[in-house]
Design a protein around this ligand. Structure first.
Ligand SMILES: [Zn+2]
Ligand SMILES: [Zn+2]
Length: 382
């Protein structure tokens, strides 16, 4: 047996990639009732190891929570009650269209198998599928449509590395990762976009390690505004490998600049109430007139006042901490750059690099210093 396993490990790297991942779907909802329609192929509903019913495209499957049990119906006829059910696909590309009835939510389609369980007096719906198929859905959800192949390839490596690094993030919920931005957005299965399929296939199994051979911290954000952030400024802690540097690839893109006006009174009240800002002191007051960040700073005005820019971003819901500010009449006028926390890879910069002909490994190498691309079997063997 051991010899067979060793053979598989050495000669069939695909064996290692055929790992399944469990994703919590509609994970922010307390699901009471859900409807499933077969989008393609055939599904089988199981209770324990017993097959209850086979469903095809004309059937409507419903699962509802009632008095501590899950009730399964097909076309309005009850097929079973119990604590857990499995819905298994017939062929690999078969998928289900899922629609939440209570609470109501937009329909989403997913490939793979599904487990329905009970958690906190509601249904817990888990998508159980091949890791690479999951990544196709994630790359599209995170990267959006219409990008170049090398951008999607970079995103595929990031998302694969993330999935492995945070494999146990939702252990207490009974799955690996959730479907939200909290982990990685996974809003549907792959669509017809061939570029995304190719991006996942062509990077199959590839992950990023740092110089200590640990999984790389794959932080990313929408736009850095021309300079990435120090992790220390954002989360008050250092993250190995990641540091601030200039990025000229994103400065002419969509989210490179923003403006916001905030009533001056609201702004200064926050500074005084929370940080005892000496508003009546004429030197400090004068500073408020003009605040400029040529480089990204950690603090507003001067470190001496101890006002972290990240607090202002949170309080006033700013797109980034990379802004200049001036007083215009009764308002603070903010001129900002970038969107997001600014740590790690800048998505709009990476998209632009791909448009200019950079390859995915050059893109990753630019935003993630000292990263090494390896097959994930190397990491599993470690
Ligand atoms: Zn999560
Ligand atoms: Zn950037």
């Amino acid at each position: 047996m051991l010899r067979i396993l060793l053979f598989l490990l050495v000669f069939c790297p695909t064996f290692l990639h055929a790992q399944n991942i469990r994703i919590g779907l509609f994970s922010d909802k307390s699901i009471k009732e859900i409807e499933g329609i077969v989008g393609k192929g055939t599904y089988f509903v199981f209770k324990d190891s017993l097959q209850l019913v086979k469903i095809g495209s004309a059937d409507v499957l419903k699962a509802s929570y009632s008095a501590g049990l899950i009730r399964i119906t097909v076309n309005g006829i009850e097929k079973g009650r119990g604590k857990s059910f499995r819905i298994i696909q017939d062929k690999q590309e078969d998928y289900l269209q899922l629609r939440l009835i209570s609470p109501a939510a937009k329909q989403r389609s997913y490939e793979g198998d599904f487990d329905i369980e009970i958690r906190k007096e509601a249904l817990s719906l888990i998508n159980n599928l091949d890791m690479e198929t999951y990544l196709e859905g994630v790359v599209e959800s995170e990267g959006g449509p219409g990008q170049k192949l090398n951008y999607y390839k970079a995103q595929a490596v990031i998302s694969r590395t993330y999935a492995m690094k945070y494999w146990s993030k939702h252990k207490e919920n009974g799955y690996n990762l959730c479907d939200r931005v909290h982990c990685q957005a996974y809003l549907h299965h792959r669509s017809a976009t061939v570029t995304i399929d190719s991006a996942v296939h062509q990077t199959r199994g590839l992950i990023m390690l740092d110089q200590n051979n640990e999984l790389y911290p794959t932080y990313f954000h929408a736009n850095c505004g021309g300079q990435t952030s120090e992790p220390q400024y954002v989360w008050n802690e250092e993250i190995p490998n990641l540091c601030s540097f200039k990025d000229t690839f994103c400065i002419h893109t969509q989210q490179a600049k923003w403006e916001k006006r905030i009533p001056k009174e609201q702004w200064t009240k926050f500074l005084v109430d929370k940080y005892n800002f000496p508003i009546s002191d004429s030197v400090s007051n004068e500073l408020l007139n003009h605040f400029v960040q040529e480089q990204r700073s950690a603090f507003y005005l001067h470190p001496i006042y101890g006002i972290p820019l990240r607090d202002l971003r949170e309080q006033f819901k700013l797109k980034s901490t990379f802004f200049d500010a001036e007083i215009v009449g009764e308002e603070m006028l903010l001129h900002g750059r970038g969107f997001g926390h600014g740590v790690g890879l800048c998505q709009e910069g990476a998209m632009n690099m791909a448009k200019k002909g950079y390859t995915y490994d050059q893109i990753l190498g630019f935003y993630y210093p000292e990263m090494k691309l390896v097959d994930r079997s190397v990491f599993i063997d470690k």
